[in-house]
Design a protein around this ligand. Structure first.
Ligand SMILES: [Zn+2]
Length: 199
């Protein structure tokens, strides 16, 4: 889909596709994991269910309205994104990824605090939500739970970064660049932490 009469939507959707591709390219996502969205006025453009970061195109994006039902083909996490946008006018982009060091270093469910300067300059610690595995699995292969989506979006209302234990990270930002930067910084800090405790 092209948006010849809406150049801002067209340019932003291409940028969103680019950031979703980067998450995969830099090992922050598996081929088909994660999702990404951006808010433009009362619309939210989000990656569809089953999106692949390797060959994702802006024409694959799904448009949602903040005040309407969620389209069937939108990401399984769409409710998390919409609830966060509704609650936080200062959030215009949300990225979700499965960064391996971050997930590995937070398996104990304790808040994660960076030990390197780069991480400490951006955050003191990051909240970890411990959602039962059976509930998480059911969320993605069974019926979607509104409660799980609301618990994650509730945490995103109070923080820019939220880790779901053994699953992944949700990063909110005033822009796509902000949200991307936070995930990259968190994963880099988790990698440094991992090296320091295993040396
Ligand atoms: Zn995920």
């Amino acid at each position: 889909m092209a948006y010849p009469f809406f150049p801002m939507i067209s340019a932003t959707s291409v940028t969103l596709a680019g950031y979703y591709h980067r998450l995969r390219e830099h090992g922050l996502n598996d081929s088909h994991s994660g999702n990404a969205s951006v808010r433009i006025d009362d619309s939210v453009w989000i990656t569809p269910a089953g999106a692949c970061g390797d060959d994702f195109s802006s024409s694959d994006l799904v448009e949602c309205r903040l005040d309407s039902d969620i389209p069937d083909n939108a990401s399984a996490d769409t409710l998390i994104h919409l609830e966060t946008y509704r609650a936080r006018p200062n959030v215009n982009a949300i990225l979700h990824a499965h960064p391996p060091y971050t997930i590995g270093m937070t398996m104990d469910g304790k808040r994660f605090g960076p030990i390197d300067l780069g991480g400490l300059l951006h955050f003191q610690s990051v909240t970890i939500l411990d959602i039962p595995f059976d509930d998480l699995i059911n969320q993605y292969v069974g019926s979607r739970s509104t409660e799980i989506a609301q618990s994650i979006s509730l945490s995103l209302k109070e923080s820019w970064l939220v880790i779901v234990r053994a699953h992944g990270v949700y990063s909110a930002g005033a822009s796509l660049k902000d949200a991307y930067k936070r995930i990259c910084t968190l994963e880099h800090s988790a990698k440094i932490y991992s090296i320091s405790v295993n040396r």
